[in-house]
Design a protein around this ligand. Sequence first.
Ligand SMILES: [Zn+2]
Ligand SMILES: [Zn+2]
Length: 352
Amino acid sequence: MKHDAEKNGIKTNGVEKNAVEGVRTEVITLTLPTPFRVGPVHAYVLVGEKKVLYDTGPLTDEAWEALSAGLKAHGLTIRALDALVLSHHHMDHVGLAGRILREKDMPVYMHAKGLPYVQHAPDFMEARKTFLSDLYRASGVPESLIQAAQEIQAYYQHFTEPIKDVIVVGEGSIPELPDWEVLHVPGHAPDQIALYDRTNGRMIGADHLIQHISSNAFVEPDYGTIQRPKSLLVYREYLKRWLKLPITIVWSGHGEVVTEPYALIETRLKQQEERAKHMLALLEGAPSAFEISKKVFPKLYEKEMPLVISEVVGHLDWLVEEGHAVLEENRGRLYYRPHHTLSAKHKGWEGP
Ligand SMILES: [Zn+2]
Ligand SMILES: [Zn+2]
């Protein structure tokens, strides 16, 4: 579908000027380096009556320099900012928050589910570590890879520092951005929030929708409950919600501006369906999630085990939820087998 970005006066090449009437907030893209495989991350400054920074980049000197230089190129400084919005707790998006706040104290907004992560709440971090190790173990992951994942996780902590005072936002708006709506968009992360300008259909969406890579629906514990959220199912639900919203442009956390959001969402939903179908074909012999990982991601399953297990478990959840597969537990291990007595509804593939 054709978008209205050009009509709205938005250039889609990274630096946006919104000169057309009705667009009250200018969106400035700041591209910041990260030391991670994902590559650079985008932070955004929304300049209306107030100046609001959405995301910060990781806690590195390089990202700090790029942030300062990017602000300066637009005649801004950190001290000129009025508020900070954190899209979700991943370190490439929030790492510099503490350093920014030392430069200038300002309100910080985030979803409640992100709080224990950015505050490094010790009991939560410990419970999360146990949750993930238990999940990996039950999925058949060897101890050496679980150990390696824990070490990487501990290393990642160096790219954030705990921040204390956070103002919790759900859906709604924040005082500094009266023209923008905060939308909760869980799936990739349980706490992710987007900013949506309903008047013009402009969306700042972090990692919910990325042009060049499919976002991982990372399996995370749900703080305060014993249930494991089925993150891929949550992600699909919230992707579909965007199909019903008028959206002209999406500024993502990584990569190009998305100018055909509906087409990209349909592509992502289809890819998930194809992947689930592929996994369903691998369930003879009742494998574990780790055994399936080896087959579906032969090059990545060791190097990127946490991401791969999330991806595989997410799709298996979906197959189980829709009655295509059955989950069986045997001595603490989880195995998946195809459901052979499918109901009429499930004969053939209608998509999980
Ligand atoms: Zn992320
Ligand atoms: Zn990201």
